[in-house]
Design a protein around this ligand. Structure first.
Ligand code: NAP
Length: 308
């Protein structure tokens, strides 16, 4: 038996199309309705056979849906909620996958009608790719999905949504939205901002040619370029919609960078050695937690692009 009679996927990029694929593989829906903003993405989703119906009208797609998953850049979530709200079925669950939670809740919640369960969520799974071709059914396997339930959330609806994500392969955690935004600022948002910055700096250098940067990239630079190739719209929105937590983490980062700079300037080898030893331990813990594999090139070949 499918978990839901009808699931509507609003937004069919990397996350939406990965959901479509895993929903199909696991038989989680009787019917998958796909809706997106542009005609070209909708056509591509249809060519890929991601759903059972394809609609340019978001409202039409969510009508009669038991589960609606909004997978659009966080800055567009309010507009999407406004558009779908009048057609939402009583008793339906509406969730999202946005990388920031306080802002998404502020944008979406006012539009959600009484009797509809709004449960904000965020799967901590992704790649630097975007669009419907980029998705794959295994994306959420052994990854965390964090819910930031609002006060008064119906426990049965939360359990049903949790079961859905478990069947997509994820582990479930819940936290409050403020805490989510702070945690994600350090584990995801800051690394991306640093990567955008370092790749930008290298691109601006005059003393080293661009061809040298590309030629010798495997020395370390390459690993930053993967993050810095992430979708500009998504990351612009993340920066604008998790401003406070990101600025707090950036301030701490700058302080620590200044300490490193000082240690290098004054030849404080012991201090450098101690910091580098501590950070090496962090990577070991991530591998032990099953969130990374210990093979060369960070194992991305195997982890993020498994054979289909
Ligand atoms: P994506 O591949 O770029 O797909 C975005 C989807 O949203 C497309 O269907 C796009 O429609 C639609 N969209 C874009 N702008 C829109 C707008 N103004 N109004 C309505 N729809 C719009 O993005 P994604 O990587 O799937 O990310 C979707 C969400 O997941 C974001 O909120 C992001 O923060 C979150 N997330 C991403 C990752 C990741 O690593 N990528 C991980 C976890 C969570 P058209 O193509 O038709 O314009």
């Amino acid at each position: 038996m499918p978990l839901f009679d009808k699931i509507a996927l609003v937004g069919i990029g990397l996350i939406g199309s990965s959901l479509a694929r895993v929903i199909r593989r696991e038989g989680l829906a009787g019917h998958i309705a796909v809706a997106t903003r542009s005609a070209s993405t909708l056509k591509r989703a249809e060519e890929l056979g991601l759903g059972d119906s394809y609609l340019a009208d978001l409202g039409e797609a969510v009508a009669d849906a038991d589960l609606v998953i909004v997978s659009v850049p966080v800055g567009s979530s309010g507009k999407v909620a406004e558009e779908i709200a009048p057609r939402l079925k009583k008793g339906a669950i509406v969730t999202d996958v946005g990388s920031t939670k306080r802002s998404v809740i502020a944008q979406m919640q006012p539009h959600i009608p009484a009797g509809v369960h709004f449960i904000p969520g965020h799967p901590l799974a992704g790649t630097e790719k975007s669009g419907p071709d980029a998705g794959f059914a295994e994306l959420f396997e052994n990854r965390w999905c964090i819910f930031t339930p609002l006060p008064g959330t119906d426990p049965a609806a939360l359990e049903k949504l949790s079961e859905f994500w478990r069947r997509c392969g994820s582990n479930i955690d819940t936290m409050d939205p403020e805490h989510h935004d702070m945690v994600l600022a350090i584990v995801s948002h800051l690394p991306h901002i640093i990567a955008y910055n370092i790749v930008g700096t290298a691109d601006d250098l005059e003393t080293v040619t661009k061809s040298e940067v590309i030629k010798y990239a495997a020395s370390g630079f390459r690993d930053f370029t993967r993050l810095a190739a992430s979708d500009p719209t998504m990351w612009r929105d993340v920066c604008l919609h998790n401003k406070d937590a990101i600025l707090e983490m950036l301030a701490r980062f700058s302080e620590d960078l200044a300490l490193l700079q000082r240690a290098i300037r004054w030849g404080e080898g012991e201090k450098l050695f101690e910091i580098f030893t501590r950070t090496r331990g962090v990577r070991r813990s991530i591998i032990e937690a099953g969130q990374e594999v210990d093979v060369p090139d960070f194992g991305r070949q195997a982890v993020e692009h498994p054979p289909r």
